[in-house]
Write a protein of this length. Structure first.
Length: 263
């Protein structure tokens, strides 16, 4: 008597996932979620974002005012710190890849076990047997197979793009590391020049205000005046000379009172 049976059979596929950071990058715009992202990878992603923000701030800096220069120096310090943090994060990110990856897709959880150079996903399918022989008919686990194929395509598609972006990032880090000492020295020189300029402006304003006050007081007391600028680079001076004529009994004996204020 002939009979038909269905037999469960294990099936698996190896996915050559060699970089968890690349995997996370690949899944960033995918419906597949990696549930157990290692903390080292999260730290790396955060370090990448902080570096990009610091780099943008550094590149957009201007040196039009003293305040601009101070902010530029601050941006250099932030960028140096972000550069170091990103370098350290890159070193440790892939040192301890998880032994199992846990994915979720369309409400279903899939586990991928780490083997040499890749991760293996296993599932079961049912095959038909007639009198103990396979007939070729299968009850395939189409949902799982679709997930595996999607994951493979997504990862492979992103590998080259991620590698290119990573190289650009590392080249930028090397370039910034080389140029920072010279840029910082230049910023310090510019800041010193701005500070000297601001100090001169402050002193000039103070002298102008003081001169205005002295002249105003002189006018209220009936003095005439004239000012003399002494062009002394080290210690600039302005001499305000005030005169007042006092009428006596005889016009011929008019007396001139002269007061000089030097400051």
């Amino acid at each position: 008597m002939s009979y038909i049976t269905w037999e469960s059979r294990s099936k698996s596929q190896n996915i050559p996932i060699t970089s968890i950071r690349c995997l996370v990058y690949a899944l960033s715009n995918s419906s597949i979620q990696l549930k157990n992202v290692p903390s080292e990878i999260r730290d790396l992603i955060r370090a990448e974002e902080q570096y990009k923000v610091a780099l943008e701030s550094y590149q957009d800096a201007t040196l039009l005012t003293l305040e601009d220069v101070k902010k530029f120096e601050e941006s250099i310090g932030i960028l140096v710190k972000a550069n170091e943090q990103l370098h350290n994060s890159l070193l440790v990110a892939e040192q301890n890849p998880p032994s199992v990856l846990e994915f979720q897709h369309s409400g279903v959880t899939y586990l991928a076990e780490k083997i040499v150079g890749s991760y293996k996903i296993s599932w079961t399918e049912e095959v038909e047997k007639y009198d103990g022989r396979e007939t070729g008919k299968k009850k395939e686990n189409k949902k799982t197979e679709s997930f595996v194929n999607n994951l493979c395509r997504t990862y492979e598609f992103s590998k080259s793009k991620h590698a290119s972006e990573l190289k650009t990032l590392q080249d930028s880090m090397a370039e910034i590391g080389a140029e920072i000492p010279d840029v910082l020295a230049q910023a310090m020189r510019i800041r010193s020049a701005w500070e000297r300029s601001e100090e001169k402006k402050r002193v000039d304003n103070l002298v102008a205000e003081r001169t205005k006050e002295v002249i105003s007081n002189a006018n209220s007391l009936g003095f005439t005046h004239h000012t003399t600028d002494l062009n002394d680079i080290d210690e600039p001076e302005i001499i305000v000379t005030m005169e007042r004529f006092v009428q006596t009994k005889s016009p011929a004996s008019s007396k001139k009172n002269v007061n000089r204020f030097r400051f």
